[in-house]
Design a protein around this ligand. Structure first.
Ligand code: NAI
Length: 310
């Protein structure tokens, strides 16, 4: 079975190099018309260059179709214009890969508020702005595929990356609500946590790891997650040749009776409350309150221990 992107229009942000460039090249090889967005700045987000244009030329040399866009994802009007240009040229936008990113690593103790703000702005607001710019069009088309780029730092934490981690987990959160709001319009939204040797990681990875985690290995996961038969609300990790899923999980609620709802009562049940048993991944926030209600019904409906797991 070949997965084709013929007749699809895709926007890849931050596609002038690294992972984004690989996504853009492969989408074009598989028939998509691609908007290659990149501000062309340095790793910390300063400066500009024509990186996006070079990728467009590469796509065209290989017989594909692409246009470049040098806008910053942090500027909503520019994102709106990017979408309008793609629509005017090719009639729609079916795929958005939010990939643009910057790094300003420091321990939280040394991190300036402006570096926190900037990194959150590019990753989280930038992805929200590009998604918002394409959202109405995807709803009208009753078709859309959006991929957010998170990170192991966002999902699990990493020393020295408080700003980046906050933004990246925010993106997994953005996915979770957009996939609910987009479902009836045929819009699927997923989150990818890549691991790749790129300029972003060149001084963070040892040389061998840098080579092992060649960015093209992330492409199969990214492209599947924006394909016709993509799942929705998935969090996928990809790097080297390894691929996995991740979830936001909860255990069963423990119902505490009136007299136990004190700080001491909570402390007495902490082992039970924090046990990693019966884990499941709710599909929406309302399932949290439903699980609490289930725990209550089990206790109030039975002869009654003083607390119970639902
Ligand atoms: P990269 O630095 O090669 O790519 C990021 C691209 O985004 C650059 O070309 C840059 O010019 C562009 N960009 C930055 N700010 C922009 C803005 N405001 N508007 C438009 N474009 C902008 O790095 P890499 O590794 O390819 O990163 C791609 C994505 O993957 C990023 O979101 C990154 O955080 C994420 N990621 C990468 C990991 C890795 O191991 N390389 C690990 C986890 C996440």
């Amino acid at each position: 079975m070949t997965i084709s992107f013929k007749d699809k229009v895709a926007i890849v942000t931050g596609a002038g190099g690294g992972l984004g460039r690989e996504y853009a090249l492969e989408l074009a090889r598989r028939g998509a018309k691609v908007v290659v967005n990149d501000l062309g700045g340095a790793r910390d987000g300063t400066g500009h260059s024509d990186m996006a244009l070079q990728v467009v030329e590469e796509i065209e040399r290989a017989g594909g179709e692409a246009i470049s866009n040098g806008a910053s994802v942090t500027e909503f009007e520019q994102m709106q214009k990017m979408v309008a240009d793609a629509k005017q040229k090719w009639g729609g936008v079916h795929i958005l890969i939010n990939n643009a990113g910057v790094l300003r690593d420091k321990t939280f103790a040394k991190m300036e508020p402006k570096d926190f703000e900037f990194v959150v702005d590019v990753h989280l607001n930038g992805s929200a702005f590009a998604s918002k710019a394409v959202w109405e069009l995807m709803r009208e088309q009753a078709y859309g595929r959006i991929l957010m780029t998170a990170s192991s730092t966002g999902l699990f934490g990493n020393f020295g990356q408080a700003n980046y981690g906050a933004a990246k987990l925010g993106l997994a959160g953005l996915t979770k609500t957009l996939q609910l709001e987009g479902a009836k319009y045929g819009i699927k939204v997923n989150t990818l946590a890549p691991v790749a040797g790129t300029r972003m990681t060149e001084d963070l990875f040892p040389e061998q790891a840098y080579k092992l985690f060649a960015p093209e290995n992330v492409v199969p996961a990214a492209l599947y997650l924006v394909s016709e038969d993509a799942p929705t609300n998935a969090i996928v990790g990809a790097g080297g040749g390894g691929y996995h899923s991740a979830w936001v999980m909860m255990n069963d609620a423990v119902w505490l009776h009136d007299g136990e709802r004190t700080v001491e009562g909570f402390a007495a049940h902490w082992d039970e409350i924090s046990a990693q048993t019966n884990l499941r991944s709710p599909n929406s926030g309302s399932e949290q309150s439903a699980a609490i209600m289930t725990a209550m019904q089990k206790v109030t409906g039975g002869s009654g221990p003083t607390s119970a797991r639902g």
